[in-house]
Design a protein around this ligand. Structure first.
Ligand code: HEM
Length: 393
């Protein structure tokens, strides 16, 4: 809850090596060989019990492998490239609003995290809930839904770490406390309300290009029935939850890193200008082939993983052997993703000079660095600047 878990675990790995026992039944790994047995396709690990606490069951939270596979099968079509391309005009309209808003305020300091969050929120609203959140209407004031999101994340953490205390707090007749505890219910109530309104306005067979429309329709071509209305509202609420902070943190840090490196800003701008036939063509087809843009985003996520605490899993069968350890069933495992861990990637030397880590010339160069260097020459240096504080996701 203090937002320090990732750095504390990172420090423990530095002191004790690639395996750290975080609690009697929980191991943290900071070695590449742990990734495949814990997260790979053939893994026998499942999501840890803590996923049951983080809201109502949807594809994000389902622990049972068969149930999860079935759910993924039923929603996969909405994430196909064809489907996502149809969302581009909606996304573009929100991006335009974001750029206009930031440009209007550019003569003063701009709270980039706030506006990136508003951007991610309205994109999620448009494509998942069929209406935006009016995130740009509040003159810098976030819609109340953001408060629900923030409080829900905190209350889930409290529930996970101190379930007894959480239940006790639920009994106290304090209005503010009860509204805090109700925040996750409010997230789902919002989703339900958006869904009901959408059906009232557009019916069930609308041609509106949203992911919600596609969820409501199912995938008749493949004989896939739509989910029930309740399942859809939970799915879109949880997807909104999962999409907003991940995207906005990444966008904010990418902008921050570009501010640290004006040379890269220029190079990126040139790359985009050259590749784009018209102002309105920021299509996936164009953007996916821009090496500098993609390298900047990958490097940003390496330096600032939006989910720095890692993804907790549980073994369902014994695993032989990770980092010299044999694991029995029912052990909780997590891998360390924080940048300083480095060990999960082949990256040994951070690209961004603001974050200089130990320099190890003998190690292989970062693929991101290599791609960037190949594309535009050697890496420029920049003065060290204090990084913004990461949000909890
Ligand atoms: C930079 C942005 C994002 C990052 C870093 C990110 C990260 C992740 C991670 C780490 C997982 C695995 C979660 C777990 O196993 O517990 C995940 C799963 C997923 N994410 Fe994202 N995500 C991002 C944006 C989005 C967006 C915008 C959407 C779309 C609404 C989305 C939809 C999903 C879905 C559907 C899953 C699979 C859930 C499942 O079936 O297990 N993500 N994402």
């Amino acid at each position: 809850m203090t937002n320090r878990r990732a750095s504390v675990v990172d420090a423990l790995h530095k002191k004790y090596g690639p395996v750290v026992r975080l609690s009697p039944n929980e191991l943290s790994f900071a070695c590449r060989e742990a990734v495949r047995p814990i997260y790979g396709h053939q893994t026998t690990c499942i999501k840890a019990p803590v996923y049951e606490i983080f809201g109502r069951p949807s594809s994000f939270l389902m622990r049972d492998v068969r149930e999860h596979r079935q759910r993924q099968r039923r929603i996969a079509h909405i994430f196909s490239v064809t489907s996502l391309r149809q969302m581009e005009p909606l996304v573009q309209s929100v991006i335009d609003r974001t750029v206009n808003t930031i440009e209007m305020r550019a003569s003063n300091a701009v709270d980039t995290l706030h506006w990136c969050r508003m951007m991610a929120l309205d994109v999620a609203g448009e494509v998942l809930m069929g209406r935006n959140f009016g995130a740009f209407d509040g003159e810098g004031q976030a819609p109340v839904f953001v408060k629900y999101l923030d409080n829900a994340a905190l209350s889930y953490c409290l529930q996970a770490m101190a379930p007894g205390l959480f239940r006790l707090l639920g009994l106290l007749p304090l209005e503010k406390l009860q509204s805090f505890l109700a925040s996750s219910r409010n997230v789902y109530a919002y989703g339900q309300n958006a869904f009901d309104e959408y059906i009232k306005l557009n019916g069930r067979t609308s041609a509106r290009p949203t992911l919600l429309t596609k969820l409501i329709a199912g995938n008749p071509e493949k004989g896939i029935e739509p989910l029930s209305d309740e399942e859809i509202t939970v799915e879109v609420s949880n997807l909104t939850f999962g999409a907003v902070d991940t995207t906005s943190i990444t966008a904010t840090y990418a902008l921050y890193r570009l501010c640290c490196h004006p040379v890269w800003q220029t190079r990126l701008r040139e790359e985009i200008r050259k590749s784009r036939p018209s102002r309105d063509d920021f299509s996936y087809t164009t953007l996916q082939n821009l090496p500098i843009l993609n390298a900047v985003l990958v490097e940003t996520m390496r330096l600032h993983p939006p989910l720095p605490n890692g993804l907790l899993r549980e073994t369902t069968a014994p695993i032989t052997t990770i980092a010299g350890l044999d694991l029995p069933a029912k052990v909780r495992t997590v891998t360390q993703v924080l940048r300083d861990g480095h060990v999960l990637t082949r990256y040994r030397r951070p690209l961004c000079p603001c974050r200089r880590g130990p320099r190890r010339e003998t190690q292989p160069a970062s693929p991101t660095r290599t791609r960037l260097t190949r594309a535009v020459g050697s890496t420029p240096t920049a003065p060290s600047i204090q990084a913004p504080r990461s949000r909890t996701t």
